[in-house]
Design a protein around this ligand. Structure first.
Ligand code: ACM
Length: 501
């Protein structure tokens, strides 16, 4: 009886004798509230298996939403497979969606194919599973500002996240090198800022992506960078900057750009206008406003910015950063959303911000001690733009670190030596794929897998069973093969732009 090698590993799994086989006559018994899980099961299994899985009151595959199952939390599920039938239960629809992904992994790997497969028995081993995630935030950040990816690719990416029970797609939509989010009142943002490195989404594409992701239990969290990383916006609307009369190009280099937003009313109003449209398109409770790598030289040099700092009673222009984040964070709060941003040191933002420590993991502890909810994103264990091995055949990547599979697996979002109160403020963790060195989607997937599997394992299970994970991953890679995820770097074209850092 081969053990089902699932990634992430369920918290409790008992393998039982026997198998259940799906066939043309297998029907679903769908309780009220479980319709979305039934649709997802049909959508995921249909292409390979051709199983119609109609809904019938006497269906042998029961999908049941039961609010009394409070022990399973928001996202947990129970899955019982017997030789005569399947029972998937959860307290919330989100739990049923997670259970559907488990059922999918229990099937032969061919079930993941995009084309019809014949000659395979669609059977699953009898099991008893009770499963709940350790962390509520399990994510991946994709930088579509440096390299635009069509929305069809984002849908595939969402599917790959959902397979691993990740529930957040953090979309880095704007940066110095591109602006990908349309804003009706500010058409030049995408007309000017969408060139030259790719394009921009339409509002309908983004709205469609949000719905597609929700059907798979994934929330799309948008990120709009401010007050730094805004060169593409300044190319479109130079009056937002600190130099009246100056014009800017969309940046054609990598690194940290010292052109930043001004602190005049027009710049603040611009941010509010953009974020109001962002909130219309993205129902996510969390809205990310960047905040990091903001050199304040321009504010020091600008009489208007110095005047603003003095008027606001700030000790100097450098303090305008926290002031700016407070102003914009407050706008999100007033709209009923939760401001989210990168933190440079764990102590640079108003306490009502949820923060992502990205420099040092230790900044996470500083942040939780200040009372911030924290999502761990330390670069040494979660940045997938670093090469995953020291091999000379590894394609060019971000310099400075090697982030191998074991390093990502070793990421401990809430270490054991933190107090229970500190650990309770950790919402979870995510990997990040910055795309300066990532010219194609094949390259993106080569960098993302299998390291994303290690992140998924850690944030779902809270365990660090390295040898067990490796053993299961060997089999899981055959699932990724069926899904067409490349195992090796495709020939690496030259970076589109000249790296400067
Ligand atoms: C970052 O790496 N700029 C958060």
């Amino acid at each position: 009886m081969p053990h089902p090698r699932l990634v992430p590993e369920p918290i409790h799994l008992q393998l039982l004798p026997g198998r259940f086989t799906f066939g043309a006559s297998t029907a679903l018994k769908v309780s009220p509230g479980a319709e979305g899980a039934a649709r997802l099961l049909r959508t995921l299994l249909g292409p390979a298996t051709g199983l119609p899985l109609p809904a019938r009151p006497d269906g042998s595959v029961v999908l049941a939403l039961d609010h009394a199952l409070t022990g399973l939390g928001e996202e947990g599920y129970g899955l019982t497979v017997g030789s005569e039938g399947v029972l998937l239960r959860a307290a919330r629809p989100q739990g049923l969606l997670a259970g559907v992904q488990t059922l999918r992994q229990l099937l032969p790997v061919e079930a993941l194919a995009a084309e019809p497969v014949s000659g395979v028995a669609w059977s699953v081993p009898c099991v008893q599973i009770t499963d709940t995630p350790r962390f509520p935030w399990r994510g991946s950040m994709l930088d579509v500002a440096r390299r635009f990816q069509p929305v069809s690719y984002l849908r595939r990416y969402v599917d790959l996240l959902a397979l691993h029970k990740l529930n957040v797609l953090h979309l880095h939509l704007t940066d110095d090198q591109g602006w990908r989010m349309p804003v009706a009142e500010l058409p030049r943002l995408t007309e000017v800022g969408g060139d030259p490195h790719g394009g921009a989404y339409t509002r309908d594409e983004l709205t469609g992506l949000v719905a597609y992701a929700a059907e798979r239990g994934v929330t799309v969290v948008p990120e709009i960078e401010m007050p730094g990383h805004v060169r593409a916006a300044l190319a479109a609307y130079p009056e937002l900057g600190n130099h009246p009369g100056r014009s800017y190009d969309v940046w054609d280099r990598w690194g940290v750009c010292d052109t930043i937003l001004g602190v005049h009313d027009g710049a603040l109003e611009f941010c509010r206008t953009v974020l109001d449209e962002v909130m219309e398109v993205f129902p996510s409770p969390y809205i990310h406003i960047g905040g990091e790598e903001c050199p304040t030289t321009e504010w020091h040099d600008s009489p208007a910015a110095r005047r603003r700092a003095a008027e606001e009673g700030l000790p100097g222009p450098a303090a305008l950063h926290g002031w700016f984040m407070e102003r914009i964070g407050r706008h999100l709060l007033d709209a009923g959303r939760k401001p989210l941003s990168w933190t440079e040191n764990g102590a640079d933002l108003p306490p009502y911000f949820t923060v992502m420590p990205w420099r040092d993991a230790d900044h996470g502890r500083t942040a939780v001690r200040r009372g911030h909810p924290v999502i761990m994103a330390p670069h040494r264990t979660t940045y997938l733009d670093y090469p995953q091995s020291a091999s000379p055949t590894e394609p060019p990547g971000q310099a400075g670190e090697i982030v191998d599979l074991r390093t990502v697996h070793g990421n401990d979002p809430a270490p054991a030596d933190w107090s229970p109160e500190e650990a309770a403020r950790v919402l979870g963790s995510q990997v990040q794929l910055w795309t300066e060195y990532v010219p194609t989607t094949a390259h993106a997937e080569y960098l993302t897998f299998p390291r994303l599997c290690a992140l998924a394992e850690v944030v779902w299970t809270g365990r660090h069973d390295w040898s067990g994970f490796q053993e299961r991953l060997r089999h899981h890679r055959t699932r990724l093969d069926v899904l067409g995820v490349p195992r090796r770097p495709t020939s690496a074209p030259e970076p589109l732009l000249t790296p400067t850092s």
